[in-house]
Write a protein that binds this ligand. Structure first.
Ligand SMILES: Nc1ncnc2c1ncn2[C@@H]1O[C@H](COP(=O)(O)OP(=O)(O)OP(=O)(O)O)[C@@H](O)[C@H]1O
Ligand SMILES: [Mg+2]
Length: 260
């Protein structure tokens, strides 16, 4: 479904700040893979999602999405197959638009006559049903502007919007990190409910406990390299203690924010 082949990525090439992040990074993901990515600050988690989505271009190597080489394809073209939610609740929704208007826009992704078509009355009931399924009473706030929602409500809406077009690939970058622990847990549980067998997701988190509790595959990045890639039963059995023991000889693999 997704292939990253021998990716090289240098930032600030040819300047004194030149920094090689990836030097031959490869990754394959199948349909139904729900990969949780962990790693310390600067290990290359967000850049991984940016490389896949096309917000960052690579020096060499290839990005293949659904058997199509998209390495040189623009972000908006890849966006037809990709849903994204970012850490900042302000990123995924438009503050000045109501929930109804935000959802119409997401529903009509790629359709330039989106708003007129989307605001049709029958869509309203459909959106209401979708919101009801989130279980946080957003269906009662259809005319509330997204800017007036709490961070958690807004991320839940962003998640719903990102998955409305049934994207083949869902990219989540610490989308629950800015929320209080209780709301974060709600958003992560919601996320889990969106992770179906016929899609693929990559979710970045800082928190090891969350990483172990969600998804079917765990990827640990460190300094632009994959330190660990475990799946299925092996992932289910993994514990924080075992991970710490495994990498006890390496420096800076774990930071406090990953453990608590
Ligand atoms: N546009 C850029 N220009 C220069 N350096 C960059 C750029 N984007 C990322 N980097 C560098 O690449 C490295 C990886 O960054 P990235 O944002 O992928 O890390 P991360 O694992 O998401 O970290 P965090 O946990 O802090 O979000 C960092 O050292 C960062 O400074
Ligand atoms: Mg990041």
């Amino acid at each position: 479904m997704l292939e990253l082949n021998n990716i090289k990525k240098t930032f600030n090439k040819g300047t004194p700040n030149e920094f090689i992040l990836y030097d031959g990074l490869s990754l394959k993901a199948e349909v139904g893979d729900h990969i949780v990515v962990v790693g310390s600050n600067g290990s290359g988690k967000s850049t991984l999602l940016n490389v896949i989505a096309g917000s960052v271009y690579v020096d060499s190597g290839s990005v293949v999405l659904n058997k199509i080489d998209v390495t040189n394809k623009k972000e908006y073209i890849r966006a037809q197959d990709i849903g994204r939610v970012f850490q900042d609740p302000k990123m995924g929704t438009c503050s000045t638009m109501t929930i109804m208007e935000n959802m119409s826009l997401a529903y009509n992704k790629g359709n330039k006559y989106g708003m007129e078509a989307g605001l049709l009355k029958h869509k309203r009931e459909m959106f209401k049903d979708m919101l009801r399924q989130l279980g946080i009473s957003l269906e009662e706030k259809m005319e509330t502007k997204a800017g007036a929602l709490s961070g958690g409500q807004r991320q839940a809406l962003a998640l719903l919007m990102a998955t409305m077009g049934n994207p083949k690939l869902l990219l989540l970058d610490e989308h629950a990190a800015a929320l209080d622990p209780k709301t974060s847990a709600i958003v992560l549980d919601l996320t889990e409910s969106f992770m179906t067998k016929d899609m693929t997701s990559i979710m970045v988190t800082h928190n090891l406990a969350d990483a172990l509790a969600h998804g079917n595959r765990l990827l640990m990045l460190h300094k632009g390299k994959v330190l660990l890639d475990i799946k299925g039963e092996e992932k289910k059995k993994m514990t924080i203690e075992a991970l710490i023991h495994m990498f006890s000889k390496e420096e800076d693999v774990f930071t406090d924010t990953m453990l608590f």
